[in-house]
Design a protein around this ligand. Structure first.
Ligand code: HAM
Length: 415
């Protein structure tokens, strides 16, 4: 039986890789301009990191983790990277560095979800985490960084949604209010929301199950959702954030139902959605998580960040063409072709040749497909130490000494 790729996973093929590299290079460029440094953390971590970090009331921890045992230890393929970056921040004593500590990352994440367009079991994220600043200017800067990156990729048709989840104390009161108002509807809420009702009732606001959405449309419930519950300090933070976003000319809408699927957030949460994707339309999600470093036994440290799904960005952006080779050698003499291709590569230019000495026309056909120039190295050229250079776009060709060619490759490519 032929072994196939696993459901919810995909090969990124050579024809697609240029676009992936482009997304990664743009991230390095744009995040670098704001002084973010790249960090690479392991793909698996202790299960406890995510159970404590992401939160045991979340779907991610309850249903979606790839967990396995090795040497009596429970390990998990990372479902997201914020908890891992926080673990590394604590372990490497980054709190001793001057603030802010700005980190960015890219890499695969793993969630056992039902695959559909824009939702995979192995997917890739690019994200940033900024540690040490509690002021809302930092939230605004992080949101604008996400937008700058998306703009650099040529994406403009986006909607920014923001909300404030308040702090532990003001949220507690709101939680109780939500519980009271939803209590009569418990039997009509989906089974997940019945669990959420006990563990994290705010998540019910965001449930995508039709029957729950319908209940949330109830006027009385809608009024409570729309009402601002946050304390004065949280309100001040949110109002300043909105002002900074206005200053930065970032259009946004306040979505009171935006609660996000991870437990670590407080105050600001945000999502950036594309109008050109189906139901999985969030290209970016993030927010503030001022208690996570402490929850994971580090020093009290304010933090804010986001992550974007690269599969969703890949779908939206203009695709990059695979770069052509500089040269393709056409020759009936394997030894000479092998020698010459090696000299070109050693000078830092890309080149390839045919290993089987196919007919001249076949080799030329191949050269036209994969490269900018054909280098003809047949009997005459070998005898005279020359090479015939054929520009495959214009058809122009000339014969020069091999030494002259090898010493002037850059200028030949510029012609
Ligand atoms: P998240 O909302 O779970 O947040 O994921 C961020 C983004 O990853 C989503 O907006 C989406 O584009 C992409 N994504 C998530 N799951 C999938 C999937 N199954 N298939 C394809 N793409 C997916 C986090 O992960 C937080 N760690 C973000 C963060 C960083 N908050 C603060 N710092």
């Amino acid at each position: 039986m032929v072994i196939k790729v696993q459901k919810g996973t995909k090969d990124i093929l050579p024809s697609e890789v240029s676009t992936w590299q482009y997304m990664e290079e743009k991230a390095r460029e744009v995040f670098g301009l704001s002084n973010y440094k790249e960090i690479r953390t392991p793909i698996f971590e202790s299960t406890e990191l995510f159970a404590r970090g992401v939160g045991d009331s979340t779907d991610i921890v309850n249903k979606e983790m790839y967990t396995f045992e090795k040497s009596g230890r429970s390990l998990t393929l990372r479902p997201e990277n914020t908890a891992s970056v926080v673990r590394s921040y604590i372990e490497n004593g980054f709190s001793r560095l001057s603030v802010p500590v700005k980190l960015w990352y890219k890499g695969p994440m793993f969630r056992y979800e039902r695959p559909q367009a824009g939702r995979q079991r192995q997917f890739h994220q690019i994200g940033v985490e900024c540690f040490g600043v509690k002021e809302p200017a930092c939230d605004a800067e992080v949101i604008s960084l996400a937008i700058n990156y998306l703009k650099a990729l040529g994406l403009n048709d986006l909607t920014v949604e923001i909300n404030s989840l308040g702090c532990n104390s003001c949220r507690l009161e709101y939680r109780n209010k939500i519980k009271n108002i939803l209590n009569p509807y418990l039997s009509r809420l989906c089974s997940d929301c019945n669990i959420r009702y006990e563990k994290n009732p705010l998540r019910i606001l965001d449930c995508k199950v039709d029957s729950c959405i319908e209940i949330m449309e109830n006027k009385e419930i809608r009024n409570i959702i729309e009402e601002s519950f946050i304390c004065n300090e949280c309100l001040d933070h949110f109002e300043k954030l909105k002002k900074y976003l206005d200053v930065l000319d970032i259009k946004y809408t306040v979505n009171r139902k935006l609660v996000r699927g991870l437990d670590y957030y407080n105050r600001t949460v945000f999502e950036i959605k594309s109008n050109n994707l189906g139901s999985q339309n969030a290209v970016c999600g993030g927010g503030r998580y001022d208690s996570l470093v402490e929850t994971l036994n580090g020093p009290s440290t304010a933090a804010v960040g986001f992550a974007m799904g690269l599969e969703r960005l890949y779908y939206l952006i203009e695709k990059r063409e695979d770069k052509k080779l500089d040269f393709y050698i056409i020759s009936g003499n394997t030894i000479e072709a092998l020698r010459f291709v090696n000299e070109i590569r050693n000078k830092g230019f890309s080149a390839d040749f045919d290993y089987t000495c196919k007919k001249f026309t076949k080799q030329l056909e191949k050269a036209s497909k994969v490269s900018r120039y054909a280098l003809i190295l047949e009997e005459d050229e070998i005898k005279n130490n020359t090479i015939t250079i054929k520009n495959l776009a214009s058809g122009d060709q000339k014969t020069i000494l091999q030494d002259k060619f090898l010493n002037n490759i850059s200028s030949i490519l510029e012609e």
